[in-house]
Design a protein around this ligand. Structure first.
Ligand SMILES: [Zn+2]
Length: 124
């Protein structure tokens, strides 16, 4: 049996008194079996850090149903967005080609008109 004074750090072994003989502060009596040294604590912490605890009942590492559904929904939305973007890109390209073609046609019509006019007026 060990008695410790937390006021003046007095340590006595086998004391019958409940008060510290130095400062009369109440002594904390400790049984030797209950005393844990720092070495014991280190061993305990090292042994618990080594192995991972078993999973809690009802829990598994596999993704939950809601998580799977959310991932599927996100993938579908991304695919839809990508398809929409590709369609918009193709449409933009086609309108550009149409604009170039109409500009070429207009230029050709103007050149033809000019040639016809010059031909009619007898310049050529
Ligand atoms: Zn004391």
């Amino acid at each position: 049996m060990k008695s410790i004074c937390f006021h003046c750090q007095f340590v006595g072994v086998g004391l019958a008194d409940t008060r510290c003989p130095r400062c009369s502060y109440p002594l904390i009596t400790n049984l030797a079996a209950a005393a844990l040294g720092t070495q014991d604590l280190e061993v305990l912490f090292a042994s618990t850090a080594k192995h991972t605890p078993p999973p809690l009942p009802g829990l598994s590492a596999e993704p939950r149903q809601a998580q799977l559904l959310m991932q599927r929904r996100r993938e579908k939305a991304l695919a839809r967005l990508e398809a929409r973007r590709a369609i918009a890109e193709a449409e933009k390209k086609r309108t550009r080609q149409l604009a170039v073609a109409s500009w070429c046609a207009a230029s050709a019509a103007v050149a033809l008109g000019l040639l016809l006019t010059l031909n009619v007026m007898g310049a050529l």
